[in-house]
Design a protein around this ligand. Structure first.
Ligand code: GLU
Length: 585
């Protein structure tokens, strides 16, 4: 039997005085026979000395690069990048969504996280996603319309990034997105194919339909698309900062759209928007080998679950085993299953439910979980553990659904500030509701639709003002108190596996950032092993089946964007599974 691995052709243009620029696209992928899981093509990362940015769309990366070249900080560049992403990749993130940022401030040497997650309106209750008999709604019946929309966090998050760490004028950070919205941009192949696949749902909102399905026909790749409504929203943002979003006409239109959504209205009111706040939180850091893996704590399950997986794997010598050995994947699979069991039981918005953050990544607790992993065999059933914590028996396992869209931005600036930001409107095109040139999120469907099981409450149930649990895992790997590796990805709850794999590939298997991203995905959350279709990961199928796993081949659409900070400079990688690029200088 022959297996194939995708070869990434990366074109690297090195301009003597200009930026180092690498672009990768799915079109440049050519098959070659191989049985090795190693990215034998040895894809080359992009190198630079001063600054670097990696994100999901070339126009957005260029906007960020322009800011970095002009002396802007990582925070400045993230703002410019996000505003363009909201235009050119509207299915994934934007003003109508939310995001998490992990930020390293070089001057103070301090790492912090900002929580810009969407919140449930004050009129929401645990039955939001249940029918009149208390049964969970079907996923898309809940998603499309006003019910699923949480109060957006991204506009205020951008404002705060600028207030805390910005250097350039706020208005200058809006200008690239604004010119593109007015002058038009080319619809990318990915955007066109996602529109084509989602026409029925997109057609349910007149504004969305008029924009993405003009004349009833889906936009095609290469079409030039203008968005004057978005340009006007940006003008408001440029002049009035985020206040113009939460207090002005834009807020009024958001509420009207949500409450007026035919068949599936929501309950948001103006005070929900006016009271929205960004929460600064302690980063969650878990040790792995000689590194600290730092990321976003609750309401994200990201850093805790990535940290648990790596912590549980700590006693095992993955380095000697290597990526081609099924035993490595058995260990990673079992560690992931143990971590996901705890995630389902305990992780939610810690402002609402007591949560054993420290207990879940406590060394002794993780060692006790590692000790459960069998020799050569797999668990029949995995259950949540009991971290040292007196609430441990109070919750039921949860039930929530996350499907891939979302985007990840990694940046390091010339001052040494580092930013890792995962940004989302949840499902592709979110709630499908469009207001003033941007789409509203459906983030509330990241809550558990069920609120209890046999009378035992579920931690991630809907509650007024609460933030739905996320899997987003914006990460900065720290070494000796300094950033070593910036990484993150979209992918719903598979984000956790994508990020953990990339960290293992880099730290244990010595791959460079591009190789680590390219390495085919093998992801285990609840028992079934998902192997990335059309890659060398398929070769692992019979071996993993033999060990006892159920295996599924599927497209695993990560969007990993990473930067490695090495002694001799910066190296960046962008995920060939999407349309991103890296730029640096
Ligand atoms: N809404 C998801 C979360 O916050 C992310 C969705 C995705 O990656 O597509 O975890």
């Amino acid at each position: 039997m022959k297996y194939s691995i995708r070869i990434l052709s990366i074109c690297i243009v090195i301009l003597t005085a200009g930026p180092v620029f690498a672009q990768q696209s799915a079109d440049s992928v050519a098959p070659e026979a191989s049985t090795s899981l190693k990215p034998v093509n040895s894809a080359r990362p992009v190198g630079a000395k001063k600054w670097m940015i990696s994100a999901a769309n070339p126009l957005a990366v260029k906007a960020g690069a322009r800011v970095l070249r002009a002396g802007g900080t990582a925070a400045d560049a993230a703002i410019a990048t996000q505003l363009v992403l909201g235009l050119v990749e509207p299915q994934s993130s934007g003003l109508g969504g939310g995001a998490f940022v992990v930020y390293f401030d070089a001057k103070s040497g301090r790492l912090t996280t900002l929580d810009g997650r969407e919140t449930a309106p004050m009129d929401a209750n645990p039955r939001l996603f249940q029918d009149k008999d208390g049964n969970p709604l079907k996923f898309f019946d809940a998603v499309v319309g006003g019910r699923s929309v949480g109060v957006p966090g991204t506009p205020k998050l951008l404002d705060q990034l600028h207030q805390r760490w910005g250097k350039l004028e706020w208005t200058s950070l809006v200008s690239d997105a604004s010119s593109l919205a007015k002058g038009g941009f080319e619809v990318s192949p990915r955007l066109a194919s996602l529109i084509a696949r989602d026409q029925k749902r997109l057609a349910r909102d007149a504004e969305t339909a008029a924009y993405l399905l003009p004349g009833g026909e889906p936009l095609q790749a290469g079409d030039i698309l203008k968005n004057p409504a978005y340009a006007a929203s940006l003008a408001a943002l440029s002049g009035g900062r985020s206040r113009s979003f939460y207090f002005g006409d834009i807020a009024v239109d958001i509420v009207a759209k949500i409450r007026g959504a035919a068949g599936n209205p929501g309950v948001m009111r103006l005070p929900d928007l006016q009271n929205y706040r960004i929460i600064e939180r302690q980063p969650v850091c878990a040790p792995y080998r000689t590194y600290e893996i730092c990321g976003m704590g609750p309401p994200s399950s990201g850093a805790l679950t990535v940290g648990q997986i790596l912590g549980i794997l700590s006693p095992f010598d993955l380095k000697s085993l290597g990526p081609d050995n099924p035993e490595s994947w058995r260990l990673i699979g079992e560690a992931s299953r143990l971590a996901f069991a705890d995630r389902g039981r305990y992780m939610a918005d810690s402002d609402y439910v007591p949560l054993p953050v420290k207990g879940l990544i406590d060394g002794d607790y993780l060692a006790s979980r590692s000790a459960l992993i069998k020799d050569g065999a797999i668990f029949d059933k995995v259950t949540a553990g009991t971290p040292k914590w007196d609430h441990a028996r109070l919750y039921s396992d949860d039930d929530s659904n996350e499907l891939p869209s979302t985007s990840h931005i990694s940046i390091i600036d010339q001052y040494g500030n580092a930013l890792s930001m995962t940004t989302t409107i949840e499902n592709g095109f979110g709630s499908r509701l469009m207001v003033r040139g941007f789409l509203l999120n459906n983030e509330l469907t990241d809550f558990s639709f069920r609120s209890q099981r046999n009378g035992v409450p579920i931690a991630n149930r809907v509650e007024p003002g609460k933030r739905p649990r996320s899997s987003m895992s914006p990460t900065i790997v720290m070494k000796d108190g300094k950033p070593d590796f910036i990484i993150g990805s979209p992918g719903g709850s598979r984000i956790i596996g994508f990020v953990a794999k990339t960290i293992i590939a880099k730290l244990d298997w010595g791959m460079n950032v591009q190789q680590a991203i390219d390495l085919p995905h093998l992801v285990n959350r609840f028992g079934t092993y998902d192997l990335e279709k059309g890659t060398a990961a398929e070769a692992m199928a019979p071996k993993l089946e033999q060990i006892g796993y159920k295996v599924k081949l599927r497209n695993l659409n990560s969007g990993l964007h990473g930067i490695s900070i090495n002694a001799d400079g910066l190296q960046g990688g962008a995920d060939p599974r999407r349309e991103g690029i890296v730029m640096g200088e």
